[in-house]
Design a protein around this ligand. Structure first.
Ligand SMILES: Nc1ncnc2c1ncn2[C@@H]1O[C@H](COP(=O)(O)OP(=O)(O)OP(=O)(O)O)[C@@H](O)[C@H]1O
Length: 297
């Protein structure tokens, strides 16, 4: 079941078309990354699904129901860091957030602090927190009311590697406990580590979506180390599934459409042709490389 579907969402700011008919669906239980260069429409998209902005055209549904205030209350969100009071403790800040938003209950505050691993510091002043802890407190605020879905815009913005790793493990932990997480991010490496699914936007248009593996793997690339590259190329050209063989230093990169290369068959073919192999590995394309391929002109 999908928790969110968008059907041809359009949004313009005067002459600027920020979203040009975006359709996508977010399956339940996924960590869904929305990627795109600056200005591609990520924040606009999140603002629309959170009912902060309205679309010019198109529809979206949460849990198969048209977006409404009731649906919206089931979504935890972090579009920008909330204004916490520096001189108040974590607990007292969340009490204020809870009373303003009406989400969740006072009794839940200790639970959400446990979820974000701030329980031990619940009575410390906000001003004593690291940036990573401040961001985790913001996520705790979004978790009030135990929402089944969490929407986060650039949750690791401005954090150092330790803070980024803290947010990464928190997202994984929330996901393991059943929360669907939708996040926009610039950090491709992070998205690759934490997301199960991605959608890539470019100037308001969705160019691809799917599981991280589907988006990454549009072709198979097999690294092959051999003593005699010329003989290996001659032996392998024409073998079923192989579209190209490129030299890359000591290695040959054997390429073919997704799912076409069988390392065991290539190994056996080389062996039968008297070619000695010293390295054989399927290469996984990095999300970053794929992203640049898809978003450059
Ligand atoms: N309030 C606004 N008024 C006019 N144009 C806007 C407004 N908000 C966004 N835009 C424009 O709409 C387009 C999409 O912006 P948006 O902020 O959604 O992209 P983004 O992918 O979130 O970018 P970034 O990664 O830089 O935050 C951009 O061209 C931006 O300049």
């Amino acid at each position: 079941m999908d928790v969110l579907t968008l059907d041809s969402i359009h949004k313009s700011y005067g002459p600027i078309q920020a979203l040009k008919g975006v359709s996508l669906s977010v399956p339940r239980g996924t960590v869904f990354g929305i990627l795109g260069p600056n200005g591609s429409g990520k924040t606009t998209l999140l603002s629309i699904i959170l009912d902060v902005l309205s679309a010019d055209k198109g529809q979206y549904t949460w849990f198969d129901q048209p977006g409404s205030k009731y649906q919206r209350r089931q979504i935890g969100s972090l579009l920008e860091t909330p204004n916490f009071y520096h001189y108040l403790s974590a607990v007292n800040n969340l009490k204020i957030t809870q009373s303003i938003s009406g989400r969740g209950s006072l009794a839940e505050i200790e639970d959400v602090l446990r979820k974000v691993n701030l329980y031990e510091r619940k009575n410390s002043k906000f001003s004593t927190f690291s940036l990573g802890m401040k961001q985790r407190l913001a996520i705790a605020a979004a978790l009030l009311g135990n929402p089944p879905v969490l929407v986060l815009d650039e949750p690791t913005n401005g954090l150092d590697p330790v803070g980024i790793a803290e947010i990464r493990s928190l997202i994984k932990q929330l996901s393991e406990n059943g929360t669907t997480i939708i996040l926009a991010s610039h950090l491709l490496d992070e998205v690759e580590k934490v997301c199960t699914h991605v959608a890539i936007l470019k100037t308001g248009t969705l160019i691809t979506q799917g599981t991280v593996d589907e988006v990454l793997a549009d072709e198979d690339v097999l690294e092959l180390g051999v003593e005699d590259q010329v003989a290996a190329k001659a032996a392998l050209y024409g073998l079923e599934g192989i579209a190209a063989i490129e030299e890359a230093g000591n290695l040959l990169l054997v390429k073919g459409p997704k799912g076409s290369l069988d390392p065991a068959a290539i190994n056996a073919h080389c062996h039968a042709s008297g070619i000695r192999i010293n390295h054989l590995a399927m290469r996984k394309k990095r999300l970053e490389a794929r992203f640049f391929e898809l978003t450059s002109n």
